[in-house]
Design a protein around this ligand. Structure first.
Ligand code: HEC
Length: 136
């Protein structure tokens, strides 16, 4: 009986602590929201530029030639198994696959601002599409 009470207390403590943490995390102003959105959209814009940049790879080919307006990029299906790579991958690994193959360029580091921007752009073009990870 005493054990149950102890667990009950711990549970209650965690619930209260969790609620407090959420309340703190939720504090932001309209000004913050406006700034965050404009930061995001500026990265989307950089992504659109990279997507149409003949200098991204080595042979002058651009992403947009095969994926106009990010067509057939299916970001909502990631992570998923990709046969080209033989395992379950996040979308940026597939972007690197296209950089290495059709664009004959070099893979970008995961944290490379161009790779982040390409993802921001691709996801922006597909906003509102229902998540469907693993789908083919
Ligand atoms: C010459 C045409 C071509 C170019 C240029 C190209 N791709 Fe692709 N892309 C493909 C093909 C082919 C696939 C493989 C489709 C598959 O098997 O899922 C693919 C797959 C993808 C996928 C995964 C799609 C899915 O359904 O899972 C993404 C994301 C992607 N490309 C992004 C890019 C980006 C970003 C660039 C520019 C760096 C680029 N591609 C350039 C032809 C191209």
């Amino acid at each position: 009986m005493e054990r149950i009470n102890k667990f009950g207390l711990i549970f209650l403590f965690m619930t209260v602590a969790g609620a407090a943490a959420t309340a703190i995390a939720d504090e932001f102003s309209q000004q913050d929201l406006t700034r965050w959105e404009s930061e995001y959209l500026s990265v989307v814009k950089q992504g659109r530029q990279a997507f149409t940049d003949p200098e991204l790879g080595s042979n002058g080919v651009t992403c947009a030639q095969c994926h106009p307006n990010a067509a057939n990029t299916h970001p909502e299906t990631y992570p998923k198994f990709q046969k080209q790579l033989g395992r379950v991958v996040p979308i940026w690994e597939m972007i690197n696959w296209c950089i290495r193959n059709p664009l004959e360029g070099k893979s970008l580091e995961a944290s490379d601002p161009r790779l982040v921007a390409l993802q921001a752009y691709i996801y922006y073009e597909r906003r509102g599409v229902k998540l469907d990870p693993g789908k083919h």
